[in-house]
Design a protein around this ligand. Structure first.
Ligand code: NAD
Length: 396
């Protein structure tokens, strides 16, 4: 990206705790930009509750257009009602902007308490396909005409006994395309090669969902085998030709079944590196991995399209903590770091990481970490951000 020294960056603070962590993160990003000789001109744009208050709609066109125009943007969480009500605005944004890769780097920061014995082993980057799968939102409520048309067929296929299962049935579709799979897997392999990673693991449940998740695995291997040179090898080749010893400078592409992979996240954490998977698996896995590095208050993410980046943390709007200036802004701050790195501002990104790590390792943390750190000092979201800003000044 050709980014000016003082770019316009759209920002959505978001619902719930977004109102607390949004302004806090903005201060830290400003300080890091300034310390590296730049400045950001923030453009507040709206989605969710703030957009309903201002424009009486959930996701104004102006918001989508601003992100298209400026290419990079950052957002806090947006609330989605369960069951009835509007569909996810996060999903809508990812679809409207064709942000096909949700990338969630998951690494342990020094000093962060963790429920596992060796949290430092966790250093994975999740590439989650962002536009397809059961998240595409193609589903029908029980009793609708569409469901009635296929109800008997579905019940027959499922072997339902009329007398036992004569009740309502909801139906959803799971689209997984060759195009969507290949561009995601390509992105993950390119990233792994550029960042000297050892492996990319395709995670799927292809033993059960053969034509969707199984196809994802097959198309993923096609990318690895047909589009790269000898530097990219499959796990089969690793064993057949190299006796399991990974040659220097190669990237191994392997696959794991999703349920097995979830337990290996805990038991063999260090064996995995970059993960490429579909929407639902990626959502579950990255939250579970986030718990190992200190919880959702820490876990950053960003959505990427061809020439766009919309940074957003893994966590949601945590309504019960909203408006109390207590939620941890680290996840949003580190999402901002990913956005800066996408813009080529690697020095500002590193400064952010070091400054956050300094605050946490000196025990200055928000409520979610304080109760787990002996001698930790509980700060408000805004106070934590101020502390990180002070560290930025000291480190630069
Ligand atoms: P959540 O991530 O909002 O919160 C779960 C729990 O994690 C919270 O109760 C809190 O204990 C902890 N937590 C999360 N973020 C934290 C932070 N920054 N600091 C400290 N603790 C934090 O998940 P949920 O409660 O299942 O979802 C609430 C709403 O958020 C729902 O409407 C959901 O649809 C939405 N959501 C949005 C996004 C997004 O905008 N990308 C992602 C996930 C969930």
């Amino acid at each position: 990206l050709n980014v000016p020294e003082n770019p316009v960056i759209p920002i959505i603070h978001g619902d719930g705790i977004g109102q607390d962590v949004g302004p806090a993160a903005q201060k830290v990003l400003d300080a890091a930009a300034e310390a590296t000789g730049r400045s950001v001109e923030w453009m507040r744009v709206y989605a969710g509750q703030s957009a309903r208050d201002k424009y009486d709609e959930n996701l104004p066109d102006d918001t989508v257009e601003a992100i298209k125009e400026f290419h990079v943007a950052i957002k806090g969480p947006l609330t989605t009602p369960v069951g009835a009500g509007f569909r996810s605005l996060n999903v809508a944004l990812r679809q409207k902007l064709d942000l096909y890769a949700n990338v969630r780097p998951t690494y342990h920061l020094d000093g962060v308490p963790s429920p596992v014995k060796n949290p430092g082993a966790m250093d994975m980057v999740f590439f989650r396909e962002n536009t397809e799968d059961v998240y595409a939102g193609i589903e029908w409520e029980a009793g609708t005409d569409e469901v009635q048309q296929v109800k008997e067929f579905v019940e027959g296929e499922m072997g339902f006994d009329e007398t036992m299962h004569d009740g309502p049935i909801g139906i959803g579709l799971k689209p997984i395309s060759e195009f969507g799979t290949k561009r995601l897997v390509r992105e993950s392999i390119d990233y792994a090669l550029e960042n000297d990673r050892d492996s990319v693991t395709l995670v799927h449940k292809g033993n059960i969902m053969k034509f969707t998740e199984g196809a994802f695995r097959d198309w993923g291997y096609e990318v690895a085998e047909e589009e790269y040179g000898e530097d990219v090898i499959t796990e089969d080749t690793l064993w057949e030709e190299h006796d399991g010893e990974q040659p220097e400078g190669t990237l191994v592409v392997k696959d794991r079944i999703a349920d097995n992979m979830l337990q290996q996240l805990l038991t063999r954490t260090g064996d995995y590196d970059v993960i490429a998977t579909m929407n639902l698996n990626g959502d579950y896995m990255s939250d579970a991995a986030g718990a190992q590095i200190g919880g959702l208050g820490i876990a950053p993410g960003a959505n990427f399209g061809e020439t766009r980046c919309l940074a957003e943390p893994v966590h949601g709007s945590a309504p019960k903590h909203a408006g109390k200036d207590k939620a941890n802004p680290t996840a949003l701050i580190l999402s901002g770091r990913l956005m800066f790195e996408y813009m080529g501002w690697d020095d500002a990104g590193k400064l952010i990481r070091d400054a956050v790590e300094e605050s946490i390792s000196s025990g200055k943390v928000t409520y979610d970490l304080e109760r787990q750190i002996e001698g930790g000092e509980k700060l408000k979201a805004s106070e934590f951000a101020e502390n990180v800003v002070e560290n930025i000044h000291e480190l630069s």
